[in-house]
Design a protein around this ligand. Sequence first.
Ligand SMILES: [Zn+2]
Length: 449
Amino acid sequence: MEMIVQVTMEVKIPTDRCNINEIFDAVSKARDAYAEKLALTVIEAYQQQVVQTLCRPSGLVAKKGLGLHEAKGSAGRRCRCRRFKRAGYWSDVREFASDVGSIAFRPALIACRRCGKRITPILGALELDGYQSKTDQLFRKTMEAIAETSYRRSSEPLEVLTHVPVAKSTLHRWAASVDWPVSEGTGSRFLLADGTGFKRQPGQRGEVRMVLEMAENGTFRPLGVWAGTDWQAISRQLKARLKGPPELLMSDGERGIERWLSGLTRGTARCHWHFPRGSSYLLWKEKVPLAERKDVLRRIRRLLAIEIPQEDMEVVSREDKEALRERIASSEAELYRLHEDFAQKGYSKAADYFDRARHRLFSHLRLWLQTGIVAPRTTSLIENIIRELVRRLKKVGWNWSDAGATRMGRMVMIRRYDSESWRRYWQSRMNLQGRCDIKLLKWEISHAA
Ligand SMILES: [Zn+2]
């Protein structure tokens, strides 16, 4: 189909004075007005074209993919007939929101010449779902706006990019309606996992859990966000997504993470930021006197302060490596002494905590000694990300169900930290093949006065 649209615009500066802002303001209003009209014009012309094609007695090739229908009165059975006659229009208009404004048009009906079934061919031709009320362009732009940081401060409806203000609750319903694709692992060396609670509804707590993979150069991508899914189930899902076992699992030592995720990686490491804090907290809970707590913390800080040498692993001398191995062994021995000491004094929680951690605090050093790979020492990256995510879930002020929070969380993560998956998702959803082309052919100016 081809058509020529002629547009004649009038530009007036009645007093012969205006500034640049006024000019651009007027230009964008004019553009908005003709964009909406142009979209409607093209849709209506396209509809005429589709109806005409289907109502022609011949032209099976031209009709390909159009006018598919079930035979009237027999559900599930396809009618093979492709010959139709016009059958009027809907009594209502079909309306949908787009990023250039709201579009309303009257869909045409046709009736099958064999079975008599009445269908609306434009919906299938436009690849519109039966109840779809917005274009994917608008959907995509609003999802991108939700994922922006500034949005959490605003309680206004979102109007940045559309002339159709969309209420926040609607946006959240949209965000929670999409099954975002899962992210496959790319074979990065490190797996970081963390979980945190968030207030869901008054008096109800939810759990958000997150896993990301991180490469040696610090690049990372989220592998998943879950609400109300336990680590055992997450572990099963990850197993299918990972591309070979990562070198190290990094976490704050949460039991569920270590129990269910450590089997997915070659080694397990403990965050060096959390360990002293966790110890201090447990000792305080066991009512250990302040002076003793301070002393324990000093010892922990000292034994954690083993640095990976600045040089590449290959050029570090055998003696220096041996010295490093000895320091690790003596630090682990000291951790064991602390564990025994706590056990004797009856600080059972702290004793257990030290026992579980002592072989995991120096995993990054052992990895370096074996391979020269430098691993992160803390989980601060994933913690910052999950904190940001929870803040967003709280601020948007919705009573999230677990499924809703999972989808919302995944959407925000993919948008912010995985632009490639984001792009691919929309490309496949929108089915953009460049089959509509609009060109500016002529630009004529006539000076009136
Ligand atoms: Zn039919």
